[in-house]
Design a protein around this ligand. Sequence first.
Ligand code: M6R
Length: 609
Amino acid sequence: MCGIFGCILKEGNAAPLIHSSLKRLEYRGYDSVGIATISDGKIFMKKDQGKIDEVHKILNLDDLPGNLGIGHTRWATHGAPLKVNSHPHTDCTGEIMVVHNGIVENFMELKAELQNLGHTFVSKTDTEVIPHLIEETLKNNPKLSFVSAIQESIKRLEGSYALAIISSRDPDKIICARNESPLVLGINGKGVFCASDIPAFLPITNKAVMINNGELVILTAQGYEIKKISDSTPITREPITIEWTAEMAVKQGYPHFMIKEIHEQPETLRNTLRMQDHYLDLLTTFLDRANEVFLVACGTSYHACLAASYMFSKLAFLPTYPVYASEFVEQHGKSVNIDSTILAVSQSGETADTLAAVTCAQQRAATILGLTNVIGSTLTRISRVYIGTQAGPEIGVAATKTFTSQLSVLAQLALKLSKKRGKISQDEMDCLEENLKKMPEDVETIVRTQEEKIKQIAHKYKDSKVFFYLGRGISTATAYEGRLKLMEIAYIPSIAFPAGESKHGPISLVENGFPVVFICPRDDSHKTLIGNIMEMKARGAHIISVIEEGDEEIKALSEEYIEVPKGIPSVLSPIPFVVPLQLLAYYTALEKGLDPDMPRNLAKSVTVK
Ligand code: M6R
């Protein structure tokens, strides 16, 4: 999730404006920054790794000539956060400059093809194929205009992109295009602007033109022209007036980052599911060879590990040990060895407990694999192989979109390993892959259809003194995560455990009106879970169930029910089933007048042991 910005001013230099606009997009990533401008038909460019202020101090980003330019603030996905991977990226001639937000899924094929044709690549990014592709298209069709060459080139891209492109070959234009990554134009009497997001230009103008998927935009000092990438059909779209304040704009109109991030999950899941097979294959090979596998993490990331232990066991017959990172050294520090493999999972990649566990295992020659949302974090530097979760920066202290992204990577790994080991039938594999693919849609449906109902449930139960969260099998992990969310942002003491354990002690707490949240996918444990619900009901508990649509049996036993779409396989169920629990925690915190983005005593990244 990077930030792009471009502008053509009627008067004055573009670079200072691009710089200040990128600052307002820094919440989208800050691994590196770069600006390219055109003056007198010549290209000028500055870029480096580091936060915008750091780079500006050294390079003076404002000191670039020309009234037209583009800029980028990066959140690394392909390639480490280094200068060489910073945007803008260019072709062999240095005449074409591209900034990009998104993921070009087929970049490896394109890169190989272009390298065979003699193109030289300098970075590890997916983006760099774009300027080379445009260069090659122009070489093969010298009569083509620069705009048409871009249009033809991007037709070959698979994946997501918001692009802003400039060139000394056509020095008075910025050409933009969009597929699945956000892009918006800003207009005022002084110039035209393109950006990933409205906050970038809000202090300059509140007149915006939204760009849709499959559209190409030509910006000139005179204005903008939109057309379809596929067949050049012109599109007329008038600016709308944005009423947001600058703070609202950063949150895209949502009152809090947490709810914005909950709503972003269809998009972040889509991005994560676009993961390059190559990385998954590599990690799968290590897991396949491992003698013993520890899944090590803290908090929400630990819950992803717990769910993953069921996925690996059920799909690939691989036993794994989920371990709280803070306990790893005490529990396994002496026995971990050269034959052990550690898969460390951490949103930030900087959690001290996780890094301590990893360091201990590394000193004893174990293989370290990493799964993190932050490329360039310590975890990526100390892992033998790592995968990025592609969720974009998560600002809310409560992890939401990174949890579902972690789960979707772990599910993909389990499926790959299962395939490699030939453990499940082709039909089952097809069904699981199909279901994983439609997960973004399912999450979209849940948020769209259940949010209002969840608000009412939050209102009704906001004064409860304690909650239970129960599930069986993999849903135990979902229950743990739902309970952590409620505790950390709504400050309601909550208890989660496998539903079968309730009769071994915790049930003594239950009295009239006691809220018990049951996670109820329609899996092999459904019947037994109904028994557990009955036990709770018999003691006066109020059942709040998360059920599959049309699960009349559990519906009839519940005071409240929240529905998720039908037919979700059990091993994938934590992804959709956790979403209502995130919403329940969020709305309960609001009901109690709390700020869900800033829960007391907590920090986004816990860098102390
Ligand atoms: O960055 P990490 O995933 O390593 O962080 C682990 C925990 O600190 C984190 O999940 C924490 O529990 C969150 N507040 C959960 O919402």
